[in-house]
Design a protein around this ligand. Structure first.
Ligand SMILES: [Zn+2]
Length: 227
């Protein structure tokens, strides 16, 4: 029987394979034995967060350029401790959600160039090149509190620094208040950050860009507000 005339259901299973069909001939009555139902593409869990975070932190070939300590942990590091692994993943995802929501709320993107409050004083993002970076060059008066630092841009301008030190010494407190006295636009606040592990969070920001009120008392409440 000519394959082109097979139009009854019982012949469907014997329809010629695509490579055996005659060019130009209609096989439209030969329906496939199993109809192909288009499946809606379901986003992977967390795909929305990845997309949002990539806009804030940028992308690597494998994912998001998360700040230090915020990447999703590797299962290899928890080989014999599945419970600890699940907990670490959960903690990382909460931190990722919190930091991303906070950045979105204030229209911030992370910068790889930001280094210290001198960077915050500039109108364009440029890492200190000469001697005198207060984070990296001697005598590094801001190095102690600038631990796990993220530098933040607003519309391309240096707008904030967040850090997560384990401790804020009296010298660091004095240094922070020195900055706010010396540079009228700068504000400093301390809160509970996304880094965790018992760290506190310092936020230093430009009030002329972000306003006087920037939430730093409990940055995780951004997460709670979204749920
Ligand atoms: Zn600097």
């Amino acid at each position: 029987m000519d394959a082109g005339n097979r139009d009854r259901v019982r012949d469907i299973g014997r329809a010629p394979a695509p490579e055996d069909r005659v060019p130009g001939r209609s096989y439209s009555t030969l329906r496939p034995a199993q109809p192909v139902i288009p499946q809606p593409k379901r986003p992977k869990p967390g795909a929305d967060l990845i997309t949002r975070a990539a806009a804030v932190f940028g992308r690597t070939t494998t994912g998001v350029t998360w700040p230090y300590g915020l990447a999703t942990p590797s299962r290899r590091n928890y080989r014999d401790r599945p419970d600890a692994y699940e907990e670490a993943v959960q903690r990382a995802q909460e931190a990722q959600e919190a930091v991303t929501a906070w950045a979105e709320r204030y229209g911030l993107r992370s910068s790889q160039s930001g280094c210290c409050p001198r960077w915050l004083e500039r109108t364009t993002s440029r890492r200190c090149r000469d001697e005198g970076c207060t984070h990296f060059d001697a005598p590094r008066p801001d190095a102690e509190w600038l631990d796990h630092t993220v530098a933040w841009l607003h519309a391309g301008r240096p707008a904030g620094l967040t850090s997560a030190p384990y401790d804020v010494s009296p010298e660091s407190r004095e240094r922070l208040s020195w900055w706010t006295r010396s540079v009228p636009e700068l504000r400093v606040a301390q809160g509970t950050g996304w880094y965790g592990f018992g760290t506190t969070q310092i936020l230093m920001w430009r009030s002329d860009i972000l306003g006087d009120e920037v939430d730093s008392t409990d940055l995780r409440k951004d997460l709670a507000a979204r749920q």
